[in-house]
Design a protein around this ligand. Structure first.
Ligand code: ADP
Length: 205
């Protein structure tokens, strides 16, 4: 039987990585033998290219293709084989991050960037079975990250406002797949809530 794909999404500093680490150590989740992964991938040609691109002044359309190439590599080398082996895959960021981020960065370049980027993925991506959206206002998430990132605070705030809005819109269009978590709460609350939702899903499927 095909395994299940669970993704963690949200703006920078929403606490995804913190929770992914906790889930990794959670004994009840461990019992399902999940594979933990992330996008951009680490230690790959495509993942390194993405990291370099986001740290330099790369054209935003070029950036989209690098992210998408990394997604293809991630699917081919890790996600697909794991799912075919019946594994549970938990990914810190995945395709919805592209719809949300490039939906903002390409809004002056394309007429309907979200649909355009979704279409670019259509036919070869694997749609997640469950997506946990860590929802938080960027004012708080930026504060949490401190000096992380190169952009000015204002630029970052503007970008993340738009990204959050798209995440919420994409989630509203697919309520069966998405669970929205209030990511402004304490780490303990969020960890408990996410673990509960993931376990409910795994026990049901
Ligand atoms: P993301 O992976 O979504 O970018 P991180 O998990 O790296 O976010 O968290 C960003 C920062 O916020 C880290 O310094 C982390 O310790 C802190 N953090 C994470 N979750 C919470 C929380 N619920 N409350 C307060 N700070 C948090």
């Amino acid at each position: 039987m095909r395994g299940k794909l669970i993704t963690l999404e949200g703006i920078d500093g929403s606490g995804k990585s913190t929770v992914a680490e906790k889930l990794r150590k959670n004994p009840e989740i461990k019992a399902f033998g999940p594979v933990f992964t992330r996008e951009p991938t680490r230690g790959t040609l495509t993942g390194d290219a993405v990291e370099k691109a986001i740290q330099s002044d790369t054209d935003q359309l070029a950036e989209l293709f690098l992210f998408t190439a990394d997604h293809a590599e991630h699917l081919a080398k890790l996600v697909k084989p794991a799912l075919e082996n019946g594994k549970i895959v938990i990914s810190d960021r995945y395709s919805d991050s592209r719809y949300a981020y490039q939906g903002v960065t390409l809004k002056t370049r394309l007429e309907n960037p979200i649909e355009w980027v979704k279409n670019l993925h259509r036919g070869w991506t694997i749609v997640p079975d469950l997506t946990i959206l860590f929802d938080i206002v960027p004012e708080v998430s930026i504060e949490r990250c401190g000096k992380r990132g190169e952009q000015s605070k204002f630029e970052k705030l503007e970008l993340l406002r738009g990204v959050r809005e798209i995440f919420l819109r994409v989630a509203a269009e697919d309520p069966e797949r998405f669970i929205i978590i209030d990511a402004s709460r304490s780490p303990e609350y969020i960890e408990k809530e996410v673990a509960k939702k993931v376990l409910e899903f795994l026990n049901r499927n």
